[in-house]
Design a protein around this ligand. Sequence first.
Ligand code: HEC
Length: 136
Amino acid sequence: MKKDLATNHARLVATGFLVAALLAGGCAPSAPKQTIGQSAEAGRRIFLEICSTCHGKQGLGAFGPALIGENATLEKFLSAQRLFDYISIAMPLEAPGTLKRDEYLQVLSYLLVQNGFADAESPFDPDQLEQYPLKK
Ligand code: HEC
């Protein structure tokens, strides 16, 4: 009896792994896209590691201008696409263009969410950056 339970358990665990593997593999074309919040979570780590040296741990500004909070003026970039273009070409200041595209997208997401330009729960489509205006 005990052994049967253990076997059943093992089977359940195995099935769980299989389902997880299938989901992670993205076999289903309708797999939900990631949210901006998920992308921003990865972006937060990159921001702390790389951008915070000049822009401050909370992005409030230091050597570089504020990127988050009331002194930030990212609205002038008008759309997430333009902000993306700027950071991926010009930042980090001492080594422009050295991050991967995905990493720039993640940092971008972090800035969008932190500034209230985007709802963390909304789906994130990196190919449609024009659709995120920089308005609160
Ligand atoms: C070595 C210091 C340094 C690092 C590291 C750095 N920046 Fe900057 N950043 C600056 C400076 C200085 C400016 C102002 C440049 C100017 O006005 O021409 C700036 C400007 C910006 C702006 C424009 C802000 C505005 O309101 O005009 C953005 C956005 C930005 N940085 C994002 C980032 C991101 C994202 C990272 C990390 C990937 C990063 N920066 C890393 C120094 C840095």
